[in-house]
Design a protein around this ligand. Structure first.
Ligand code: SAM
Ligand code: SF4
Ligand code: SF4
Length: 354
């Protein structure tokens, strides 16, 4: 069904909708492709091709692009990476984006390793919400999954964010069969203590996930069955809006989410797009190419030209990447080959920002 905001895309209106009636609503901005973890579902390789430093958008450039997107209907902005807190001065950018009229929701997704030292400055700068990725409560398991030994820093980051009063905290957990599928209840209970809403994410076969296999996907149905066996019946309110997670309610009223991109994708209501740290704009997480906005920006394109470029491309959008993958997955072939990833780092999840 077309989004009601589609009504804005009429002659004389300003907000574009895509070929399936989906508006531009949410923008994920990657601040860097660098990361201080090496999660096996995202960065399993020993070496990576990095974006050239000279290509990274400056904060001024990011703000100019954000202004163009916001003027076209984007009202939710999320900073991501790689690890966004590796970008020096991230809080300064938060302050500038928080000041933009029209940004109703400004959030960040982080692995939490550096969060303890930045939580207060992010709050003071106007960050409204933070999502911390946490796959396990066990330090040894964290080392296995992330290939780094900084579990205690992530937990300290979560505690610091709660103490700083960063509201609406979420914890995102990629669930992998035989890796951390025995921690669902523990993670939910941990979320209550923070407090934070836990969201379980199905392992996706995105670019970069070179170790993906269907056998490792712990599905939405399995997650629900595991939790129902422990807590009792789980209520599933009707889906509302374009958010990626479906929300569920436990018998005691507490809420958790599931992002079932792999087995039950939600492309029909998807209003998200992604800007890489070097200014490539991707209309879908699974898109094989994007639009270079850095070149026109650096050639002097003004607000009206940028708006026209973005609106024109969005109107052509027909992407439904995760739904397309449903019918085409092969159990022994990854979505993007290692050679392709080496040739084009824009295909990597850590470049696209998740
Ligand atoms: N480094 C930050 C972090 O981990 O929160 C932000 C960037 S990371 C690419 C954003 C999200 O993508 C994380 O929550 C991560 O768990 C998720 N992600 C990465 N690879 C994934 C995969 N193969 N399947 C599902 N989620 C994945
Ligand atoms: Fe892990 Fe995020 Fe880094 Fe990917 S970008 S390796 S998910 S911390
Ligand atoms: Fe949106 Fe693409 Fe993800 Fe589908 S796969 S929800 S269209 S970003």
């Amino acid at each position: 069904m077309a989004d009601p905001r589609a009504a804005a895309d009429v002659p004389g209106g300003t907000n574009p909708v895509d070929a399936f009636g989906r508006p531009l609503g949410s923008l994920r901005i990657s601040l860097t492709d660098q990361c201080n973890l090496r999660c096996r579902y995202c960065m399993p390789e020993a070496e990576y091709a990095w974006l050239p430093r000279r290509d990274l958008l400056t904060f001024d450039e990011i703000v100019r692009l954000a202004e163009a997107f916001v003027s076209l209907g984007v009202d939710r902005v999320r900073l991501t990476g790689g690890e966004p807190l590796l970008r020096a001065g991230a809080a300064d950018l938060v302050r500038r984006l928080a000041d933009l009229t029209g940004v109703a929701d400004l959030a960040m997704t982080t692995n939490g390793v550096l969060l303890a030292r930045h939580a207060e400055s992010l709050r003071d700068a106007g960050l409204r919400r933070v999502t911390v990725s946490l796959d396990t409560l066990r330090p040894d398991r964290f080392r296995t999954i992330s290939q780094r030994g900084t579990h205690h820093e992530v937990l300290a980051g979560i505690a610091a964010a709660a103490a700083a009063g960063l509201g609406g905290m979420k914890i995102d957990t990629v669930v992998m069969r035989g890796v951390n599928d025995d921690e669902l209840v523990d993670l939910l209970e941990f979320g209550r203590t923070v407090p934070a809403e836990v969201r379980f994410i199905e392992y996706m076969d995105v670019g970069g996930a070179t170790g993906w296999s269907p056998k490792l996907v712990y599905t939405r149905e399995e997650i629900l069955a595991t939790l129902a066996a422990h807590y009792g019946p789980i209520a599933a309110p009707a889906r509302t809006g374009p958010a990626p997670a479906d929300r569920f309610v436990l018998p005691d009223g507490s809420v958790f989410g599931i992002v079932s991109s792999t087995t039950q994708p939600f492309c029909a209501s998807c209003d998200r797009s992604r800007l890489t740290a070097d200014g490539i704009w991707l209309r879908c997480l699974y898109a094989m190419s994007g639009m270079d906005l850095r070149t026109p920006l650096r050639a002097g394109a003004g607000p009206a030209e940028l708006r026209d470029l973005i609106a024109g491309v969005w109107r052509q959008r027909r992407d439904r990447g995760a739904e397309d993958r449903l019918g085409t997955r092969s159990p022994d072939k990854v979505f993007v080959s290692l050679q392709s990833l080496k040739r084009d780092p824009h295909l990597e999840m850590h470049t696209r920002g998740g």
